[in-house]
Design a protein around this ligand. Structure first.
Ligand code: ADP
Ligand code: MG
Length: 431
């Protein structure tokens, strides 16, 4: 595996480790963008019987899996020893404390033993940077619009993706995962303003809970999507929380989208906030009403119709608010990331809207939507560059590239690195 970049200079290679929830993951990433290896050991089968992540089981499984996952990631990238690399990165929050500790302690040990710098990474910042990654087999993370919604951007968007900071920022980021739903204005690399967040359940959490109500399986997001494919989204009407009825003429989310009312984000303090807990309750109430009327709500066709209506409601809210924020803040591009960004309807609806108004849209390829370590390696690279650029140089000016001589933390500093379980994105990464 080549360790030079396109310019012929040595690539800055990071070993990244991610264990914030139920995926044990390790990757080697060059210059923050090129994936040299990416290993993910999923615990889905282990947690399926519980219908959700069982934290103690997750921690113990990380302990069992982590050594093999890291060794495999190094071997895939043709790295014989960690010392050949330039840095180690690890997710230190937010997430399950017991899970985070496994990755953080291994990373500390590797950094201490090898003398390499250790870069702590916020998991959500990792999701954001999944949009900057590419592999040798796919020259850019997402470069083509495809019919199944797996791709998302046009050629002009692809060119812009590699462009200068002024071409890329401000960018609007929609983070939609199992634990978070946030709209973030990215003003530059590693500079964020939180525009809105969920007041209760995250979008992925709502998918998981509704799938459980309908007994569709675990994890809920893919199960709802699969069921919705044979469902009629127009049979039932579900609310669009924190949106108001209105005329949204420019958007036709999908051929499936039918007689549902158009909606606009509410004005005032909740304009860019989300709420999905009431939508889940609306599904429960609908199921009870159907049962009272003598219809078995979990009957395959009825469950499929409810799943389709639910998915459509979530996508309407996510795309509606993202579209509104993009217009308000005059962004140069929109990026969607996190586990729910794997949702086909969300990808197609966002693609249709932003293609119509000519704004570049990026969604990671499916394998980078859910938790992985490559995104942690990408975020680490940009965060390190950002920290170096802000550091006063001996000449009094800022450093400008990550290859300049940094004042790296000492081995003792690594021992002080701790995990945090659930701080909000902006508080924790606008350091
Ligand atoms: P975390 O919150 O731990 O960071 P991930 O980023 O891995 O989690 O996202 C997991 C979430 O993504 C789960 O809630 C899952 O149901 C959801 N998800 C995964 N695929 C889809 C999909 N195709 N449609 C909707 N939701 C999905
Ligand atoms: Mg995640």
């Amino acid at each position: 595996m080549s360790s030079t970049n396109a310019g012929g200079s040595p690539a800055y290679r990071i070993l990244a480790i991610e264990t914030s929830c139920d995926e044990t993951a390790a990757a080697v990433v060059a210059d923050g963008r090129r994936i040299l290896s990416n290993r993910v050991a999923s615990q889905i089968e282990l947690h399926r019987r519980f219908g959700g992540v069982y934290p103690e089981v997750a921690s113990r499984q990380h302990v069992l899996a982590i050594q093999t996952v890291v060794e495999d990631a190094l071997a895939d990238a043709s790295v014989a020893h960690v010392r050949e690399l330039d840095a180690i990165a690890v997710t230190n929050g937010p997430g399950l404390a017991g899970s985070l500790l496994v990755g953080v302690n291994l990373a500390k040990g590797l950094a201490f033993a090898s003398g390499l710098p250790l870069i702590p990474v916020n998991h959500l910042e990792g999701h954001i940077y999944s949009n900057w990654l590419y592999t040798d087999s796919s020259p850019i993370a997402v470069s083509r619009a495809s019919e199944d919604g797996n791709g998302s951007v046009s050629d002009s968007a692809r060119r812009q993706r590699s462009g200068s900071a002024s071409e890329q920022f401000p960018a609007l980021i929609l983070i939609v995962s199992g634990g978070h739903t946030e709209l973030v204005l990215m003003e530059g690399h590693c500079r964020y303003r939180l525009l809105g967040a969920t007041l209760d359940d995250a979008a992925g959490e709502a998918f998981d809970k509704v799938a459980r109500l309908l007994e569709l399986g675990y994890p809920g997001g893919p199960a709802i999507q699969a069921a919705a494919e044979s469902g009629d989204a127009g049979r039932f009407h579900l609310p669009r929380p924190l949106m108001r009825p209105g005329q949204r003429t420019e958007r036709q989310p999908d051929a499936q989208a039918s007689p549902l009312p158009t909606v606009l984000p509410v004005r005032g303090e909740h304009r860019f906030n989300f709420s999905f807990s009431g939508l889940k309750t609306a599904v429960l109430n609908l199921m009870r009403q159907l049962e009272r009327e003598g219809t078995e709500a979990r009957k395959p066709q009825t469950a499929a119709d409810i799943a389709a209506a639910f998915q459509m409601a979530v996508v309407d809210v996510l795309v509606g608010k993202t579209a509104d924020a993009a217009a308000e803040f005059g962004v140069k591009q929109v990026c969607i990331c996190g586990g729910v960004s794997a949702n086909g309807l969300l990808r197609r609806a966002a693609q249709q809207h932003f293609a119509k108004i000519g704004l570049p849209l990026h969604c990671p390829p499916l394998f980078l939507c859910t938790d992985n370590a490559a995104m942690i390696g990408a975020a680490a690279y940009y965060r390190r560059s950002y920290a170096l650029a802000r550091q006063p140089s001996p000449m009094g000016g800022p450093h400008s590239t990550p290859h300049d001589q940094p004042s790296e933390p000492s081995a003792r500093d690594y021992l002080a690195l701790d995990v945090y379980a659930s701080l909000p994105l902006v508080d924790s990464i606008q350091r």
